[in-house]
Design a protein around this ligand. Structure first.
Ligand code: PEP
Ligand code: MN
Length: 339
């Protein structure tokens, strides 16, 4: 929509119309009492590139259509996307996915112990970091390829599909070989080259919301993966930066129903990184389930006091079965069963 200034002349309106017609959009001139507005229907990207803001008589250009395309629920005839990982469903009505595991793969014993515990309690997938994005370059960065082999062993023994982060395009082949779901971390949500690499791996992508990213930006990041021909994107709300410092991040619960309206993609929640505090993980998980999330990704450790990363937010493995049961009860209120 192009809004003209009150002083705009008919010739200036006609000049805007002519320029719009060069990109083939349907033009609708809407004269008002004070100002004239000009509607341009179709090709918003082409219109955006016309430089209309600089034309004489133009006050402002107001985009009406959404900036994300393939992720949008406006996409013609698009049913809610259901991502199927080895038969475990994420998205669609009726199921709730519980992805759980350690922040970081530290050893075979640690990973197998957690994997067995979460599998027995009804988790549908195992998470575990092999390549870790750390704020300080001196912190533990994960076991890398060794961790991927440990995760593969855990899958072998428990049957749980593996979710692990792709941090660097250089690791893409190794991740594609071992992971069932490729995670893009919050810090890389706007690493567009990495999103394109992830989109080409032929594996579902779990895309975390950036620490300071808007939901529009999250959906445009999803578009980067989708445009590579990969339809299997799972969005993850994991808390954002706000003025509040009591919690590690601020879980944006409103994002869940907003995303449910604006995108066909499944939406899960990470209450662990959002809160940074295990005491908040269950209440936030119940809230996410009640708000209509399609699942959770949660950190769990046998011995959080000695975890190499994110111990304070890890649930005790010994508490996980009770946690899963309480969350499942809330998911059931929304008609969902653990997937
Ligand atoms: C993680 O899930 O291990 C992680 C680092 O999360 P985020 O990218 O959301 O900080
Ligand atoms: Mn972590």
């Amino acid at each position: 929509m192009i809004v003209m200034t009150p002083e705009a002349s008919e010739a200036e309106v006609a000049a805007v119309r002519s320029r719009l017609e060069t990109v083939g959009v349907h033009v609708l001139v809407l004269p008002g009492e004070m100002t004239t507005a000009i509607g341009a229907i179709g090709d918003p990207i082409g219109v955006g590139e016309l430089g209309l803001e600089g034309m004489p008589g133009v006050d402002r250009v107001v985009p009406i259509s959404r900036p994300y395309k393939l992720a949008s629920s406006e996409l013609a005839h698009h049913e809610p996307t259901v991502v199927s990982v080895d038969g475990r469903r994420v998205g669609g009505d009726g199921t709730f996915a519980l992805i759980a595991g350690p922040c970081t793969v530290e050893s075979l014993e640690q990973t197998l112990a957690v994997a067995r515990t979460v599998a027995a309690a009804g988790a549908s997938m195992l998470r575990g970091g092999a390549f870790k994005p750390r704020t300080s370059p001196f912190a533990f960065k994960g076991l890398g390829i060794v961790a991927l082999r440990i995760l593969a062993e855990a899958r072998e023994q428990t049957g749980l599909p593996i979710v692990t982060e792709l941090l660097d395009a250089a690791h893409a082949d190794a991740i594609a070989e071992h992971a069932d779901v490729v995670q893009i971390g919050a810090r890389n949500m706007q690493n567009y080259a990495l999103l394109e690499v992830a989109g080409k791996l032929g594996k579902p992508v779990l895309l975390k919301r950036g620490l300071s990213s808007s939901l529009d930006e999250l959906l445009m990041a999803a578009d980067y993966v989708l445009k590579e021909g990969n339809p299997d994107v799972i969005l993850c709300e994991r808390g954002i930066r706000t003025f509040e410092t009591a919690t590690r991040f601020t879980l944006d619960l409103g994002a869940i129903p907003w995303l449910k309206i604006h995108t066909h993609l499944p939406v899960i929640v990470d209450p662990s990184h959002a809160s940074g505090d295990r005491r908040l993980v269950e209440p936030l998980s119940r809230a996410a389930a009640a708000a209509g999330a399609d699942g959770l990704i949660v950190e769990v450790h046998e011995d959080p006091e000695h975890a190499l990363c994110d111990g304070p937010q890890a649930l005790y493995a010994s508490d996980f079965a009770a946690f899963a049961e309480n969350v499942a009860a809330h998911a059931q209120l929304c008609g969902r069963l653990l997937a």
